[in-house]
Every structure is written in C-alpha cells, then in structure tokens.
Design a protein around this ligand. Sequence first.
Ligand code: 5GP
Ligand code: ZN
Length: 113
Amino acid sequence: MSECIFCRIAAGEIPADVVREDDQFVAFRDVRPLAPVHLLVIPREHVASLDEAEAMQDGASARALAFIAATARSAGVAESGYRVITNTGPDAGQEVMHLHWHVIGGTRLGGMV
Ligand code: 5GP
Ligand code: ZN
C-alpha cells in the first residue's frame, strides 16, 4: 500500500470529498479550506512535484489544465474567478509530495500574485 496520502485518496483507500474524477485526475475538497471554494486537483499517477512534471505521460499537462478549468466551472467559480496555485519545494511550503493544484475561489482573494 502506498504511503503517499494523495495516492491513497486517488485509489479510494482513504476518504475524501471528491467533486470530479476521470481516468487520469481527481479533484477533491481541501481538508483545511482557505476560501469558500478550495479544491485540490491531482494526477492519479504519482508525480512528486511540478519539478517532476516532465515524467507525466504525453499530453497530461494540457489535459490537467483542461481538467482544472472544468473543475472550477462545475464548482461555480468560472465567472467570478479563481486562483490556481502549485506549491513546489521547501520555499513554497509544499507539504504533500504528490503534485497538486490548489483551485481557490468564491471570495475576493487579494493581491498576492
Ligand atoms: P501543499 O502545502 O502541499 O501545497 O498543500 C497540501 C494541502 O493538502 C493542504 O492545503 C492540506 O490542507 C491538504 N491536505 C493534506 N492532507 C489532506 C487530506 O488527507 N485530505 C484532504 N482533503 N486534504 C489534505
Ligand atoms: Zn502519490
């Protein structure tokens, strides 16, 4: 059994509030939401961080973006707007070493970037 928490969520071995999934990606609610909409999108395939994204299957990056956009649309924030964040490595404070995109919205997010 994998020790990676997001691999285990993707495999259905530990519960998560899944809002969208296909054969390559899963979107679920962050357990500690920072905004009314705070979702995490992960590839089912274990990739440790964006720094290893080259290891993803051909075309997976483009499909990831389309999946993120579809997830945001079904969460109701496509028109109001949202932010997509990928923490990569120690300076960004990456906690879970399985590539994930935070999809955050549902409120004015301020101007960090
Ligand atoms: P990072 O800091 O690595 O970019 O973000 C990891 C995110 O994963 C955090 O926002 C944290 O709340 C979330 N998280 C960590 N463990 C779990 C979990 O078991 N379930 C869910 N749904 N979210 C988690
Ligand atoms: Zn993993």
